[in-house]
Write a protein that binds this ligand. Structure first.
Ligand code: NAI
Ligand code: BUO
Length: 256
């Protein structure tokens, strides 16, 4: 029986790499994203390569839409086994720059979006009697406070707590919940942060990326595929006994 995985923010960056890796692992993959065109491109490319995939247009901050999307995926593929709550926003926010509007936007996507994904997945797992897996995107910025990323870091620290609570609440049903914490990965989100680091110092984007990565990850950059390999492990049978953990993906893999 083909297992089914849904990847939010699956149309670009780390999420795209996760979508492609899980398809290569044999999952039927739902590429869920705000960006309908990019999600369709990724899903179509997976299908052209012999995998099973579908695109789902979704704003993870919309609780009902998330629930409806999980129903659509389960109905289309005939099951639902893994949710990867990968979608997120990563603005650069010096303390004085944080507004109520920006706070609401980022927390609704990163934190509420993760909770709505867990809620929708658990409902479907229970309906189908599936011992499913919940895999959430935190970050090294959810383990260590990063300069000028107060709002973002607050959400990534929150996601680790959400993951630990979900693991504890769901252990009796055989449902696991874990998080992955990438280091510095060259994606549009990270390039935006690097741009702001450089701009604040009157330097280039390249200087910003190099400086930030040296400060945070000893200058080590990870590839989206490195993170996808960690998520492949968490989605696969070898991690069935693991729950409530954060897998750090920065110059290797280690549980936190
Ligand atoms: N790039 C990095 O260095 C690191 C990234 N992460 C985390 O990994 C995850 C993916 O990050 P990246 O690939 O770098 O991001 P990205 O910004 O390159 O891609 C994010 C994807 O999520 C989608 N998205 C954004 N808001 C959405 C919403 N409301 N509903 C549905 N989809 C939405 C975007 O359309 C995009 O396709 C995020 O949770 C991020 O916090 C963690 C550590 C490091
Ligand atoms: C974007 C992010 O999570 C970083 C810089 O670790």
């Amino acid at each position: 029986m083909t297992k089914v995985a849904m990847v939010t923010g699956g149309a670009q960056g780390i999420g795209e790499a996760i979508s492609r890796r899980l398809a290569a692992d044999g999952f039927a993959v739902a590429v869920a994203d705000l960006n309908e065109d990019k999600a369709s491109q990724v899903a179509n490319d997976i299908e052209r390569s012999g995998g099973k995939a579908m695109a789902v247009t979704l704003d993870v901050a919309d609780q009902q839409a998330f629930s409806d999307a999980v129903d659509k995926v389960a109905d289309h593929f005939g099951g639902f086994d893994v949710i990867v709550n990968n979608a997120g926003l990563g603005p650069t926010t010096p303390i004085e720059s944080i507004t109520p509007e920006l706070f609401d936007k980022v927390v609704h996507v990163n934190v509420a979006g993760t909770i709505w994904g867990i809620q929708a997945a658990v409902r479907k797992f229970r309906e189908n009697g599936t011992k499913g897996k919940i895999i959430n995107a935190t970050s090294q910025a959810g383990v260590v406070g990063n300069p000028n990323l107060m709002l973002y870091c607050s959400t990534k620290f929150a996601i680790r707590g959400i993951t630990q609570v979900a693991a504890r609440d769901l252990a009796g049903e055989g449902i696991t919940a874990n998080a992955y914490a990438p280091g510095i990965v060259k994606t549009p989100m990270m390039m935006d942060i690097a741009h702001n680091v450089g701009k604040n110092a009157g330097k280039s984007d390249e200087w910003g990326m190099s400086t930030f990565s040296k400060d945070i990850a000893l200058g080590r950059l990870s590839e989206p595929e490195d993170v996808a390999a960690a998520v492949s492990f968490l989605a696969g049978p070898d991690s069935d006994y693991i729950t409530g953990q954060t897998l750090i993906v920065d110059g290797g893999m280690q549980f936190q």
